[in-house]
Design a protein around this ligand. Structure first.
Ligand SMILES: [Zn+2]
Ligand SMILES: [Zn+2]
Length: 273
């Protein structure tokens, strides 16, 4: 089939029957957000029952991510099923998992002596996502007194903790690396995006507290692509007060090179690279 516009959005060019990726993602998102409590429960049970299929990156994997990322569901039954089958990837399976699951992970970790680096890595990521108080104590203990397997890893538990969104200092004091508050990006009238903590839809773009993907007119020194301000945050907006910004924050990068050539997103208070 030749190039044609997606019949649903009329914006994206596709080369097949049906609708574009953006539209199908939006459709799936709406389906998940509109699930009834019974449907969610059924999905949790299905994931727990067929947890070994999560490695196939198919239905079970998609359902897990949909519940996890859209509905903030991290059900102990899923974590228990995964631990019972010794499945440790993705580590998000273990987010906030209860103590019995945490104990199973630690038992496995302690039995690992000769096992592969891969399992070790996945287990530490899983524990980081579990993130409980005792896990934090264990990570600090392993940081102070590394086990022999530490030599197989590039980094220690002080780094693994960050994967789960927390960290500890020299004294073992734990701190969170994430904000409790979470805002959703929504498209506003003129096609730009803004954060939604209240009704922001009627604002004009220049005044938006959050701006995404603004062109800067600068060229990337590596690939010649246009540098974008991927994210601009207005420090003065009361809705963003929880970020404790002293200045407006600008995260500027080349969208092509951002993940490579040692040229990650660099930013200063004024957005200068
Ligand atoms: Zn579309
Ligand atoms: Zn570039």
């Amino acid at each position: 089939m030749g190039a044609h516009l997606c019949p649903k959005c009329g914006e994206n060019t596709i080369y097949f029957d049906g609708i574009c990726h953006s539209c199908s993602q939006r459709q799936r998102r709406n389906e998940i957000l509109n699930l009834s409590a019974d449907e969610v429960e059924a999905m949790i049970l299905k994931i727990a029952e067929r947890i070994d299929e999560i490695e196939k990156w198919d239905e079970i994997c998609n359902d897990f991510w949909a519940l996890f990322s859209l509905l903030d569901i991290h059900d102990p039954r899923i974590a228990r099923a995964a631990a019972a089958k010794q499945i440790y990837y993705p580590p998000e399976l273990y987010f906030g998992a209860p103590d019995d699951v945490k104990d199973a992970l630690i038992t496995k970790l302690n039995s690992l002596e000769d096992n592969s680096k891969n399992v070790l890595n996945h287990l530490l990521c899983a524990l980081a996502w579990q993130g409980g108080e005792q896990t934090a104590e264990l990570f600090y203990e392993l940081y102070k007194n590394p086990r022999p397997w530490r030599k197989k890893l590039y980094v220690g538990t002080e780094f693994y903790a960050k994967i789960g969104g927390w960290a500890f200092d020299e004294t073992g004091e734990r701190k969170s690396l994430v904000f409790d508050k979470c805002l959703t990006a929504v498209r506003v009238k003129d096609g730009k995006r803004a954060s939604q903590s209240a009704n922001l839809n009627s604002n004009q773009s220049a005044d938006e507290p959050v701006q995404i993907g603004e062109p800067t007119g600068q060229e990337c020194e590596f690939c010649g692509c246009e540098i974008l301000d991927m994210l601009r945050l207005k420090a003065s907006d009361p809705r963003l007060a929880f970020l404790n910004l002293k200045h407006d924050a600008i995260f500027r990068c080349c969208p092509t090179c951002v993940g490579s050539v040692m040229y990650f997103c660099k930013c200063g208070a004024d957005g200068e690279l």
